[in-house]
Each structure stands twice: as structure tokens, then as C-alpha cells.
Design a protein around this ligand. Structure first.
Ligand code: GLY
Ligand code: MN
Length: 348
């Protein structure tokens, strides 16, 4: 899918979704519209962003407007270009706001194009991959700095706050998602919210963390043991690591998301933990932390070359704890490029 496909049946593309706007323009604003016509790219926003947008967007025509009259401005542009059909993001609009949009742009035929944009965004360009590589490298540096703060009595929230500090201090835009820092039995909650739980000697410490840098996300999970690892933990860690390594070795373009998921699932099942691996193997990411295509049983489509996906098998045992291991990889014809360089050992 390339940009031209978006114009096949549309004279113009109207992008309002913040992630898509960032994809098309490279800039983030809380309010704005990207309007693409065959000849010109327009960015409409308000006074708050005027000088920053003019500085950053050299290849766009910038229109400074207000919420109340932005669609009148869009209409003027479309009119002046003799536009008949406008591609719009059908997966973004709420029912009520779409009614308003239809009224505002009643002169034009509106065509849904969310699926086409999703397909474009699924295949990353070398520049996008470079941004994700940098976001991941930053995440790894942050984790190393934070590991040294682990000591008996420290709370999960203290460590999560330290991660936020490190991300920003190292140059990130922000966290890609709320950092998951889970001690002991809390690590069995896949999406645990870091709380007041204090770290004790000889227990699990799970980090699921990512930074957003230059608009692009990273995502990594590592599970450590604070103290002398028990045999039970070592065994779980070994199974999850081997399941992940097996997928990393065999996944490549053309394999379906469901097949990739099954590779890890079969391995974990053979080791007796089928029911304890209750989520999908992975997801794509980019501007958003969760994008398509996924590595899940629901995705029976072949993974395309240059999709960036996570490979994150896990085993979770209530009242004991969980182990997850997550890398972020670029899908290639003959295999993968792993953007995650962080060690897979559990010793802190
Ligand atoms: N790392 C968070 C998630 O994948 O949902
Ligand atoms: Mn993930």
C-alpha cells in the first residue's frame, strides 16, 4: 500500500485522527487536520501551534484557524481544487461527530479509508524503523539505570517514577505506555498498575516498559529475580525464554500471525503451561503502542515484510507470579531483525 492508493478513488484525504496526522505530517498537535490533495498538503491548526508548525512543516501549506470554522476552511480548499470525493477515517469518528462532519462537507462524497491507512502504517519505512531502534536503545539504557535502584523496601511506584524520570532525562518524548513494574505475586497480573507494594528479598521483578521517541514507540518486557532464584522461577523463566527464542528463530514474512502465535503456544503447552499463557503472542507497534497486524490466533493473514511486531510469550500463576519476555522485531523475508538487544538473563 503506498500513498497513491489512498488517492485512487479520492480527490482528497482528510486526516483528523492524531496518530494518523502524526504519520502524515511528522508533528503532534492536540487539535488539527491534515488535508491532502493531489497537488498540496495542508495542515490546519490553531494559534497555539502556529509558530511551532511553521518552523517544523516546510512542505505543508499551514492554515491557522479555529475549531468553530475549521470545516469552512476545509470546504474552501476543497472547492478551490474542484474536489468531489474525500477519504475520511471511518474508524476514528464517533457516530455523533460523523453526523456533523457529513453536514459540514455535504458537497462531497465521503469514502472510508481507515483500512488503507492501517495497511500503510503496518509496513514501516527505514526511517520509521530507525526511530524505533533509537526508542528501544533509550529504553534499554533507562532499564539499566533503574535496576540499580532496586533494594528491599522500595515500592513499585518509586521504580515506575524513576523510569519516567530516566526516559525524559535520556531524551524521550514520554513513556510509550504506563510502565508496568510488578513485584512478587503482582507479576502474575499481565497489566499490573505499579502501586505501594514493597520489594522483598527473593522475589520476582517484572518490567514491561517502553519509550516514545520522535513519535515512535518501543516495548520490552524483562523478568528478573531479586535475590537467589528459586528452582520454580528458573524453570518458568527457561520455558518462556525458550518459547520466545523458538519464535525468533522461525518467524519471517509470509508466516501468519496465527502461526507465529501457535509456535510459542505449542512450546509452552508441551511444557505443561498451556492455560497459564492467556494472551496473544504479540502486536505491531509504531506511532501507537498497539497497531496491526497482530501475532494472535485471530490474524490469519501473512505478516508483511517490514512490519514491526513484539514477540512476548508469558506464563502467569496466580498468587505466585509471572514471567514474560518481550522483544520488538522487524519482520524480514528470511527471518527478523531484532531491535531489542537487552540481555535475557534474570540476574539483576
Ligand atoms: N507492553 C504493553 C502491552 O503490550 O500491552
Ligand atoms: Mn507489548
Amino acid at each position: 500500500m503506498v500513498m497513491n492508493d489512498l488517492f485512487n478513488e479520492n480527490d482528497a484525504v482528510l486526516s483528523v485522527d492524531p496518530s494518523n496526522r502524526l504519520y502524515f505530517s511528522g508533528v503532534e498537535t492536540s487539535f488539527g487536520i491534515v488535508l491532502l490533495t493531489a497537488e498540496t498538503k495542508y495542515f490546519l491548526t490553531d494559534f497555539r501551534y502556529a509558530s511551532a508548525i511553521k518552523r517544523k512543516l516546510k512542505d505543508f501549506e499551514i492554515i491557522i484557524t479555529e475549531k468553530e470554522r475549521v470545516y469552512a476552511d476545509v470546504d474552501d480548499i476543497l472547492d478551490s481544487c474542484s474536489v468531489k470525493t474525500v477519504g475520511y477515517e471511518d474508524e476514528y469518528w464517533s457516530v455523533s461527530s460523523f453526523k456533523t462532519l457529513k453536514k459540514e462537507l455535504k458537497k462531497y462524497e465521503l469514502k472510508p479509508i481507515s483500512a488503507e491507512i492501517r495497511a500503510m502504517r503496518a509496513i514501516k519505512t527505514p526511517e520509521e524503523i530507525e526511530k524505533m531502534r533509537a526508542a528501544q536503545a533509550l529504553t534499554e539504557t533507562a532499564l539499566d539505570k533503574v535496576l540499580s535502584k532496586l533494594k528491599v523496601g522500595v515500592r513499585e511506584r518509586d521504580i515506575a517514577a524513576e523510569l519516567s524520570y530516566q526516559f525524559i532525562s535520556l531524551g524521550a518524548d514520554r513513556e510509550a505506555f504506563e510502565s508496568i513494574v510488578a513485584f512478587g505475586e503482582n507479576s502474575a497480573d499481565c497489566h499490573h498498575i505499579a502501586g505501594d507494594r514493597k520489594l522483598c528479598k527473593n522475589e520476582i521483578v517484572l518490567f514491561d516498559i517502553g519509550a516514545k521517541l520522535n513519535g515512535y514507540c518501543s516495548d520490552m518486557t524483562r523478568t528478573f529475580f531479586f535475590g537467589e532464584a528459586s528452582q520454580r522461577f528458573a524453570e518458568l523463566h527457561n520455558i518462556v525464554t525458550k518459547a520466545q527464542l523458538y519464535v525468533l528463530k522461525h518467524i519471517k514474512a509470509g508466516i501468519t500471525g496465527a502461526e507465529a502465535d501457535m509456535m510459542a503456544r505449542e512450546f509452552i503447552k508441551a511444557n505443561g503451561y498451556e492455560k497459564e499463557f492467556g494472551h496473544s503472542l504479540g502486536h505491531s507497534l509504531g506511532i501507537d503502542i498497539h497497531e496491526g497486524p497482530s501475532c494472535s490466533k485471530n490474524n490469519t493473514a501473512p505478516l508483511p515484510e517490514n512490519a514491526v511486531v513484539t514477540i512476548e510469550p508469558g506464563v502467569y500463576i496466580s498468587d505466585y507470579g509471572g514471567v514474560r519476555m518481550e522483544d520488538m522485531v522487524v519482520i524480514k523475508k528470511g527471518g527478523i531483525e531484532n531491535l531489542t538487544k537487552y540481555r535475557k538473563t534474570y540476574i539483576i
